[in-house]
Design a protein around this ligand. Structure first.
Ligand code: HEM
Length: 559
């Protein structure tokens, strides 16, 4: 063929293909328009737009905008984009809610639709694939486990029965701190180990001395719990680019499984040991002085004939929740409360005056005193207003596409309820940056999330399942620490209330404070009075002489 022909035929091909191309493009365009018509929101079919938000980069979305202080950043973004806005992290859509009115739509009006969790890969690795309470979706297993935990394990009756563990452990802590008077004490650490000791005794009191290795348990759990919270707070690309998830590029899931293995070994040992010893005993001998610990209660559900019995994995997942969700949050709250009280001398004075009035100088704090410690209770509420420990709550995910505030919220996106921002919003709080417990001195406030200007424990179906225990422990530990000791900062140190953002909102600089004995006799001894009129050394229990009316007694005992 002559070159010209080649040219001509090529040209004809071009012309013919131009026509075909036009038809093809037109057909595809019509198809796309039809698809868009049915799938994308538009005003004529009634669907609403997505919430506003920053202009995202292709593929990576808004990831480059993120800063370490996300709670402050998302609060500032609400000033630009409004009370509800979207944030695209990789391919994952997040919706941030910043007002009580919109939070109510999510956790009250549409609580059922929003009661699934956004399940990060690290959380799934930790919880045997979401078989626990905290990270499970709203399914029959979750409902069963939560019901057992809230209505049985933490029932008023069982909480009361475990009161002696709390009393013993808080006294042990006071004794321990007494031995450190005049030296630096890390407040979070002592609060953490007190809570861990209370929880371990409540969970497996009957096991502790019978063959399961529990030495140094508090320190071990402290380390594992801190690691877990750190790992959960890390930005994991597997969550934002599902296509990469199988590679676990940052090793986040691997690290989490290492932490889980440590706890799994401990829990498996405890449960198996108990099953064995139960088999050896008669049914009526099971339990400890008529009390049942958590493990025993769980095992009864494992053996139940009706419904679905609990599996070994579910039992371990529940123990894990208690040890992780219970310790870190309680210890961090106590640290923030102590730091805030020490920073506000007037608040400190009022707290201690109330303690003298309610508890007296001759007694140690008991749980029976707690309902009368109104000012201390208000101080803890104010602490959790300014420093909500879980600043965005644990993100939820809608199980269907919903509408909130006039915007479409797609199924499975991640919902961040910005409690931190709502708790500091001047539209709802007068002088929100001022630490003022007085604002909580009315009966109007509780932790149940009924009033969505204040919900540090969440609200609705996913409200903190450990709330009754948390409330007691924070109040009891703080009351005991502030009643027994005066606290000061080490020489030359300034008060510091800087936050460190993560899944839990921590103090950037751990609080180290110096205790000095508050209740003592004239010779600086810590004494208790016996009913027969003698004076005993509080820690050794040895008699040190007859009772002297000028002495301050830590307690009056029945000997
Ligand atoms: C001061 C201490 C505590 C604080 C501030 C706190 C706060 C929270 C928050 C904000 C949530 C998420 C609520 C939501 O997503 O709406 C939560 C969930 C949870 N907390 Fe707590 N918590 C504390 C202590 C405890 C304790 C002592 C336990 C157990 C012994 C516990 C067990 C749980 C569990 C199991 C959940 C998951 C509930 C669910 O998803 O259904 N927490 N907590």
């Amino acid at each position: 063929m002559a070159p010209q022909n080649i040219y001509l035929s090529a040209g004809m091909w071009e012309v013919r293909n131009n026509n075909e191309l036009t038809v093809l493009v037109a057909t595809i365009s019509v198809l796309i328009l039809v698809i868009l018509w049915y799938t994308l929101p538009n005003s004529s079919n009634g669907a609403k737009p997505l919430p506003p938000g920053p202009r995202s980069f292709p593929i990576i979305g808004d990831l480059p905008y993120l800063t370490p202080d996300m709670h402050i950043q998302l609060t500032n973004m609400a000033h630009t984009y409004g009370p509800i806005f979207k944030l695209k992290l990789g391919s994952k859509l997040h919706v941030v809610i910043n007002t009580p009115e919109l939070a109510k739509v999510v956790v009250r009006d549409q609580d059922e639709a929003f009661s699934n969790r956004d399940q990060p890969k690290a959380a799934l690795a930790l919880t045997y694939g979401g078989r626990d309470i905290v990270f499970a979706n709203n399914n029959p297993d979750w409902r069963k486990l939560r019901k057992i935990f809230v209505h049985e394990i933490l029932s008023t009756k069982n909480l009361k029965a475990a009161g002696s563990f709390r009393r013993d452990e808080v006294r042990n802590t006071i004794k321990d701190v007494f031995g450190k008077t005049g030296t630096k004490v890390n407040i979070r650490e002592i609060a953490f180990s007190t809570e861990t000791n209370v929880l371990t005794r409540t969970i497996w009191e009957n096991t502790s001395d019978k063959g399961v290795e529990t030495n140094n348990l508090g320190a071990e759990i402290d380390e594992v719990a801190s690691n877990i919270v750190k790992i959960l707070g890390r930005l994991n690309f597997s969550d934002y680019f599902p296509i990469l998830a199988m590679f676990d590029l940052q090793g986040v899931e691997r690290e989490m499984k290492t932490q889980l293995n440590k706890l799994d070994k401990l829990f498996t040992g405890i449960i198996e040991h108990r099953i064995e010893s139960n088999l050896k005993r008669q049914q009526d001998e099971v339990g400890h002085e008529g009390k049942k610990d958590f493990v025993q209660m769980l095992l009864e559900h494992r053996d139940e004939k009706d419904g679905t019995p609990l599996s070994m994995t579910q039992m371990k997942a529940l123990l894990l929740d208690v040890m992780i969700a219970g310790t870190e949050t309680t210890a961090t709250t106590i640290e923030w409360a102590m730091a805030s009280i020490m920073h506000n001398r007037i608040v400190m004075k009022k707290v201690q005056e109330e303690l003298v009035e309610v508890v007296g100088l001759h007694n140690m704090v008991e749980e029976s005193h707690l309902p009368n410690l109104k000012y201390l209770d208000a101080t803890i509420k104010e602490t959790l207003r300014m420093y909500p420990i879980v600043p965005f709550l644990i993100p939820r995910a809608p199980n269907k596409t919903c509408t909130v505030g006039g915007y479409t919220i797609p199924k499975d996106c991640s919902i961040l309820l910005n409690v931190w921002s709502i708790h500091r919003d001047p539209r709802y709080w007068e002088n929100p940056l001022e630490f003022n417990p007085e604002r909580f001195l009315t009966d109007k406030w509780d932790y149940k999330g009924n009033n969505l200007t204040y919900f540090p424990f969440g609200s609705g179906r996913r409200l903190c399942a450990g709330l009754p225990l948390a409330e007691k422990m924070v109040l009891l530990i703080l009351a005991a620490l502030l009643h027994s000791f005066d606290w000061s900062l080490p020489n030359g140190e300034e008060h510091d209330l800087t936050e460190l953002f993560g899944l839990a909102l921590k103090k950037r600089k751990p609080l180290a404070a110096i205790p000095s004995q508050r209740l003592s006799d004239s010779q600086g001894r810590c004494v208790q009075q016996c009913r027969r009129g003698c004076t005993l050394d509080v820690w050794s229990g040895t008699p040190i002489g007859p009772a002297d009316p000028s002495q301050k007694f830590l307690s009056v005992i029945n000997v």
